[in-house]
Design a protein around this ligand. Structure first.
Ligand code: FMN
Length: 364
């Protein structure tokens, strides 16, 4: 352990110092952005990439059938650009032929990886036999994954939970079988479907998955908010990489800090007020340039409160943005926010106060 201004910084695990790849795809770091439906849009991904340190991002889950039918919502979720790399598009469904064709759509877009959702607990996804429901039917799940792997040349990963409930922890068995049919890696959220987003992450359960496979990277996921959490996740599970969801909403600079820690043993400085405002600006202008002024402003209003907490911009300026209707008003307010500075100076790590969703939106 090293001392860092007022904080204990854990030692960097050896594995973190080495490069990682998913099959043939080299990745710039072992710190991945987990899919968060409703949040991990192209504009958000690009804004987070601008903070640095990100190893791989994944889109929100995309319905396979909607993607092959070219439905606008699926196209929008799968939207990407050359700067949005490395990227994996996450697809879900239970019909093998549709999943194969959806994977081919991903490949045809020039996206370098496909991720299969086998962890989603929400009713809409599970009742069609997709998401975590697949974990209950091992043979069917393996057939589906094998078919998707065979349909494309790009690496395919599977994101899953530990199992349906404590009695059926199928993740180790599935991971081993997926490796044999050619997946390039698995991402494991250390909870069961029955747990939803409650209770704690079962790291021994993730470790069992690591021990079940021979070569492929196992990416550990769940409740990683700090560098201490990251270090202990590597140490306790033996994972090859970590995937961060809600922790990245609380602090989009987390990847930069992790990457700095991996290279130097120290997370580097906390993001300044200016950097936080820059991030907000990139995100807003990303929304406007992709989706138009009206939609961009409406979308931004939904996340404004979050940015208010994250930047600590003065409250009167936040209030001026509540009914945001034009990029010019946004630019005017941001220019003032830069001059006025934060409402209260950031006391080191204040991300803990930034509210993040406790789980996926929907009924389970
Ligand atoms: C709002 C929200 C939306 C999510 N959407 C997805 C999704 O589209 N696909 C998926 O595989 N997991 C999804 N998840 C699960 C996360 O990727 C992740 O596994 C989970 O939040 C645990 O990691 P964390 O504690 O780092 O957030 C979602 C979670 C939340 C909170």
């Amino acid at each position: 352990m090293q001392e860092n201004p007022g904080k204990i910084v854990p030692d960097v695990p050896d594995i973190v110092r080495h490069p990682i790849s998913l099959g043939p795809l080299p990745l710039p770091s072992r710190f991945f952005l987990a899919p968060l439906a409703g949040y991990t849009s192209l504009a958000f991904r690009l804004a987070v990439r601008g903070c640095g340190g990100l190893g791989l991002a994944t889109t929100d889950l995309v319905n396979a059938r909607s993607l092959i039918e070219g439905r606008p919502r699926a196209q929008e979720l799968a939207e990407t650009t050359e700067e949005d790399r490395p990227l994996s598009i996450q697809i879900y469904g239970a019909v093998i032929d549709e999943m194969e064709r959806a994977a081919r759509c991903v490949e045809a877009k020039g996206v370098p990886a496909v991720d299969i959702n086998m962890g989603c607990p929400v009713r809409k996804v599970v009742k069609g036999g997709g998401g975590s429901a697949l974990m209950c039917q091992v043979d069917r799940a393996v057939d589906l994954v094998a078919a998707v792997v065979g349909a494309v040349k790009v690496p395919v990963t599977v994101k899953m939970r530990l199992g349906w409930d404590d009695e059926t922890l199928s993740a180790p068995e599935l991971a081993r079988a997926f490796e044999q049919v050619g997946v390039a890696g698995v991402i494991v959220h250390g909870r069961t479907r029955a747990q939803g987003f409650k209770g704690s992450v079962n790291r021994a359960g993730i470790r069992a998955v690591v021990e079940a496979v021979d070569r492929i990277p196992v990416v550990a996921n769940g409740d990683i908010r700090t560098i201490v959490d990251a270090a202990s996740m590597f140490a306790e599970t033996g994972c090859a990489a970590i995937s961060i969801g809600r922790g990245a909403l609380a602090n989009p600079f987390f990847f930069r800090q992790l990457d700095h820690w991996a290279r130097t043993g120290n997370p580097g400085p906390d993001p300044s007020y200016e950097e936080r405002i820059d991030l907000m600006e990139r995100h807003f202008h990303g929304l406007v340039s992709r989706r138009g002024e009206r939609f961009g402003c409406l979308q931004f209003r939904k996340i404004l409160k979050w940015y208010f907490h994250f930047t600590r911009m003065p409250r009167p300026l936040y209030r001026r943005l509540l009914n945001l209707s034009s990029p010019s008003l946004f630019d005017e307010v941001v220019a003032i926010a830069r001059i006025e500075g934060p409402d209260s100076p950031p006391p080191g790590h204040y991300e803990v106060h930034v509210p993040v969703p406790s789980g996926a939106i929907d009924k389970w």
